[in-house]
Design a protein around this ligand. Structure first.
Ligand code: NAD
Length: 513
């Protein structure tokens, strides 16, 4: 098979006129202590729509004084007022009510996210509805958090544990799926009885500010949920290092996660970090190829590749390599770029200008690495932030395009000879977030599921997630995991209580062992 670099400079980008993007009330405020407030000093910044390239919302430019106010409100709500007095069942009921309101408002919230990050409305509509499930799930868990009675070997001692809220939780989220990514963290933290301050990405603050309105409508006591907006590089360190923050739950880039962990360590804060990835998606020669091709496409071109779990390294058994490449190239050429609101668009724009420029820079990097581009690989004409689906072959795993997270629709295809070879390439990365295996061989499916160093393994599927299933990364893809039952315990202190109901006098100089 001969592969040619496709000359493909002009994809018909399906632009909708702005008049089809009705104006929304786009003057957002922060939500602090149950009040809708401007930033201290009154500054604001614009939020741009990556499809139209124009500002569509105005966001308060939060400062360290706003961090102080939000953390103070959350600290006060933690120990005074209605929240600590509520039963766990009542907290759960509030979370479920919030879930109902999210379903009611899903279309509006989805449109806000699409305006902010250019993700397909088809996907944001589903994601926001699904977000409600996180609040139902953690609402159900609120009254199932139990300590234990420990049968200590000492006479006349009643020894038990209590699980107590860890404190004010700082939730920091990225731009690719703001409400979905916040949901597990907020849901679990509130189920645990904590209070929360959320800071969404400066590129996509609007949906989280709009979500706060639903907390108000659901009847959460003031200060339980606070949302501040602002720039990570300005207020991030201050927020993470704040002495009254008890735990930081973060999703974002690996270098930001590293910084957060360093700052948090100074005040001994717990962190839960969901970070970047460079995930291997492995197709064996015995795979159902039709499904594997779809899985490869969803792994790298869905959400324009702006997915932490993107299967950006496609490992293909050499015997089927050319066939897989040919089919993927054909598929890539059929992908329709355009208006993320339009139901027939496959890929929207890249969410932010800096990210768009970063993704484009990898065209040159791939060229100088010596990879062969078989489709895409050049900037598109026009002023939109669109990147065409791009596939490289002849990729070696030590090339930069195979080692660095690009967060765009650039696929590296790497051939392998046998199982051991595939596994060594798959695990040869600093990351370990996700992985995919396409095979009909059950023994191989299990062997790879256990040997892959990644927090998620999908066999004969890709890019699935559930509020019930832990999501975490190996190596530099994260610390701890979120979602699922255990995530609630990230937001709880475990306290041991010793009660003496005997008559014996304490030994003053010898520990009671
Ligand atoms: P980012 O790290 O640039 O920003 C994420 C958030 O951190 C933003 O709210 C930002 O304002 C804030 N921030 C920046 N500097 C900070 C600091 N010093 N202290 C505290 N907060 C700070 O990430 P991004 O560009 O918004 O998102 C893309 C990255 O997120 C990718 O690397 C992607 O893989 C990762 N991601 C991971 C997952 C996952 O579940 N593992 C999911 C989605 C995205």
């Amino acid at each position: 098979m001969t592969l040619h670099t496709i000359e493909w400079h002009t994809i018909p980008v399906n632009r909708t006129e702005e008049r089809e993007w009705p104006r929304m009330n786009a003057n957002y405020k922060m939500f602090v202590g149950g009040n809708w407030v401007e930033a201290d000093g009154g500054k604001r910044f614009d939020s741009d729509n990556p499809f139209t390239g124009r500002s569509w919302a105005s966001i308060p430019h939060g400062t360290t004084a706003d961090v102080d106010a939000a953390v103070a409100a959350a600290k006060s709500a933690l120990t005074t007022g209605d929240w600590p007095a509520m039963s766990a069942s009542q907290r759960g009921a509030l979370l479920r009510k919030l879930g109902d309101l999210i379903v009611e408002e899903a279309d509006r919230l989805a449109e806000i996210e699409t305006r902010d990050n250019g993700k397909l409305l088809n996907e944001t509509s589903l994601q926001i509805r699904y977000t409600a499930q996180f609040y139902y799930y953690y609402g159900g868990m609120a009254d199932k958090i139990e300590g234990a009675v420990i049968p200590v070997e000492k006479p006349n001692i009643h020894n038990y544990t209590r699980l107590e809220p860890i404190g004010v939780v700082a939730v920091i989220t990225p731009w690719n799926s703001p409400l979905l990514i916040a949901a597990g963290k907020i849901g679990a933290a509130l189920a645990a009885g904590c209070t929360v301050v959320v800071k969404p990405s400066e590129f996509t603050s609007a949906s989280t500010l709009a979500l706060a309105e639903l907390f108000e409508r659901a009847g959460f006591p003031k200060g339980v949920l606070n949302v501040i907006s602002g720039f990570g590089h300005e207020i991030g360190d201050y927020f993470v290092g704040h002495p009254d923050v008890g735990c930081v739950a973060f999703t974002g880039g690996t270098s930001t996660g590293q910084r957060i962990n360093e700052v948090a360590a100074k005040t001994f804060k717990k962190t839960v970090l969901e970070l970047g990835g460079k995930s291997p998606n492995i197709i064996f020669e015995d795979a159902d190829l039709d499904n594997a091709i779809l899985g490869a496409v969803s792994g790298i071109f869905a959400a324009s590749g702006q997915s932490c779990v993107a299967g950006s390294r496609l490992l293909v058994q050499r015997s089927i390599h050319d066939q897989v490449v040919e089919r993927l190239v054909d598929f890539a050429k059929s992908i329709k770029l355009g208006d993320p609101m339009a139901p027939d668009t496959h890929m929207g724009p890249i969410a932010t200008r800096p990210q768009y420029e970063r993704v484009l820079s990898y065209f040159d990097i791939a060229r100088s690495d010596g990879a062969e581009c078989v489709v895409g690989g050049t900037p598109l004409d026009g002023d939109g932030q669109f990147v065409q689906p791009t596939i490289y072959t002849g990729v070696k795993n030590d090339m930069r395009i195979a080692q660095e997270e690009i967060f765009g629709p650039l696929l590296s295809i790497i051939p392998f000879d046998d199982d051991d070879h595939a596994l060594s390439i798959a695990n040869d990365t600093l990351y370990g977030l996700a992985s995919g295996v396409w095979t009909q061989n059950m023994q191989r499916a299990f062997r790879f599921s256990h040997a892959l160093q990644a927090g998620q393994v999908w066999v004969n599927m890709y890019r699935a997630a559930s509020y019930m299933t832990p999501l975490g990364g190996y190596k530099r893809s994260g610390l701890g995991s979120e979602n699922g039952k255990d995530h609630v315990y990230d937001y709880l202190h475990k306290k041991a209580v010793w009660m003496n109901y005997g008559e014996d006098a304490p030994q003053p100089f010898v520990q009671k062992l």
